[in-house]
Design a protein around this ligand. Sequence first.
Ligand code: GUN
Ligand code: ZN
Length: 414
Amino acid sequence: MTLYRGTFLDTPVAGSLRTLDGVVQVEDGVVVARGPAADFPAADVDLRGGVVLPGLVDTHVHFPQVRAIGGLGMPLLDWLDECALPEECKLAAPDYAAAVAAEFVDGLARAGTTTALVFGSHFATAVDALFTEAARVGLRVTSGLVVSDLLLPDELLTSASRALDEGRALAETWHGVGRARYAVTPRFSLSCSPALLESCASLLAEVDGALFTSHVNENLAEVAAVAELHGGYVDSYDRFGLLGPGSVLAHDVHPTDAELAVLGSRGTAVAHCPTSNAALGSGLFPLRRHRAAGVRVALGSDVGAGTGFCLLKEGLQAYFGQRLLGGAGEPLTPADLLHLATAAGADALGLPEVGHLSVGMRFDAVWVRPEPGCTLDVALRTAADPDAALAKVFALAGPPDLAGVWVDGDRIRG
Ligand code: GUN
Ligand code: ZN
């Protein structure tokens, strides 16, 4: 049993910020009580000076692209050819893949990300290295073999039967083991034949509780190319039965109303990736249209097109994007940003036990504790109220300001 003393901010209900200046009691990784300090004996861990947030949830991030971060100035398809895919080819070498896996998992943990839906590699050995490293560090990771049989460099291509065999073997090894789960992951329908997507549907049906993830409607040139190859983008997945409540599609910057209606009716979630959309010039995310269609939305860093692992930066960029949409944008409050970065992510990934710090939830948490005297420290000490403090966290905080990270009550950093 551990008693944590601090100022805890979370959003169990979308849109409203809950604050506890008090104690959270954790047993076997689960929050069993919370309340004013006077109701508890002396705390074991003092997290005062700063704020404690639920662990951040990244619903879309690419493991093999750590070293591709920062390739600016290109739209999606050029960036893939020039930055991402050459780097991804290097993960064929097991030593290289293991080094990148260590950098990747460390990058997530430093950024306060405790749960992630991770786009894996095209190489099964590299995906195995990722799961191995995530288990060693203790992150809650869902990932899978990325598959394609068209368009990409030859060494990244597979066949429908090999995709099924390799995916099945990885799922047998990792799905449901510790904090790991498997996600069936065609790269995007532009790089997949109908036969390959069919094999993805077979694997999804075989692996009970597996997620499905891919990309959709990111860039106008890409959307036009998918229309040539398959017809509609959302339909390219839906016609194989790949869209349901356990599916997460990244981006969706350019959906039609009919596509949003399909996503809403299937219960499929969308990973909004704000820094990536800005860096690649993909466009501004139509959050209001998603909400109007009942589509669940959470945040993704989309590293390496995204400009870093920290979901706090994604929250700020999401806010900027909606501001730039003017009247068509959703005005986002600090509580909305925290909800998108935590509870909405947990919901998108089908993990009801994480995302906030209520009794009964797993203790996944991040202690934002800036260096005394720095701008964020001054801002937090002078904030008028918890909403203002949270706004300052999103405006100013980054990985160096995170002094502790917990998953299931295990301190994985700090
Ligand atoms: N679409 C297909 N592959 C990718 C990728 O690696 N990054 C992004 N942002 N979009 C993609
Ligand atoms: Zn992506």
